[in-house]
Write a protein that binds this ligand. Structure first.
Ligand SMILES: Nc1nc2c(c(=O)[nH]1)N[C@H]1C(S)=C(S)[C@@H](COP(=O)(O)O)O[C@H]1N2
Ligand SMILES: [Mo]
Length: 173
């Protein structure tokens, strides 16, 4: 009966869509960290790996889409080659929706950063300088780095306040 064909097609299509839907919605959640936890993403996140938080060790941080930025900064000497995960990729890995995040330092300094910055600029959590880990007595273990030399308009007070050093956690409201 030809009139049944569209029904079967619709049924087949629905089954296909249903079976592939979870893949479209959920990125692979990251496994719990094995090494020392350097960063915690807390609050409203869709992909936690320890309780309701996302904990990352150095290896996991380096596995997130990253880039290398050659730049000078107001806080470091000369031009460095800084490397680390892109903040927009980190938030994607954590599964966040919010328009702002609070980047928190180990020493209690914190700053609210609009997520739009991470799409407008290649902002990274710099975790290496010239191939070497960044010591806590410098700006480490990680600091928020905007590509200052590529976009000199970033050298202003607002962006300096968002350039958190000694980052330990990111809170998603
Ligand atoms: N961990 C940490 N990060 C920080 C700060 C801080 O006190 N602690 N100060 C912020 C502020 S307010 C500014 S302006 C710059 C500091 O830049 P400056 O002191 O070299 O002007 O770093 C930002 N990042
Ligand atoms: Mo400041």
């Amino acid at each position: 009966m030809p009139s049944l064909r569209p029904c079967r097609a619709v049924l087949t299509l629905s089954l296909l869509l249903l079976s592939s839907a979870p893949l479209l919605v959920m990125a692979d959640p990251l496994p719990p960290p094995e090494g020392e936890v350097l960063l915690r993403v807390t609050g409203n996140i869709g992909h936690p790996n320890v309780g309701d938080e996302l904990h990352l060790d150095r290896e996991m941080l380096m596995s997130i889409p990253s880039r290398s930025i050659e730049t000078s900064t107001p806080w470091t000497e000369g031009v460095g080659r800084f490397e680390g995960p892109l903040l927009r990729a980190l938030l994607e890995a954590a599964g966040t929706q919010s328009e702002h995040v609070r980047v928190q330092a180990l020493n209690e300094y914190e700053s609210e950063v609009p997520v739009s910055d991470f799409h407008d600029y290649d902002v990274i959590l710099a975790i290496k300088r010239d191939g070497e880990p960044i010591e806590v007595r410098d700006l480490g273990p990680m600091f928020v780095l905007y590509p200052f030399d590529e976009q000199p308009e970033l050298l202003n007070e607002t962006i300096r306040h968002r350039s958190v050093w000694h980052v330990g956690s990111v809170h998603v409201p």
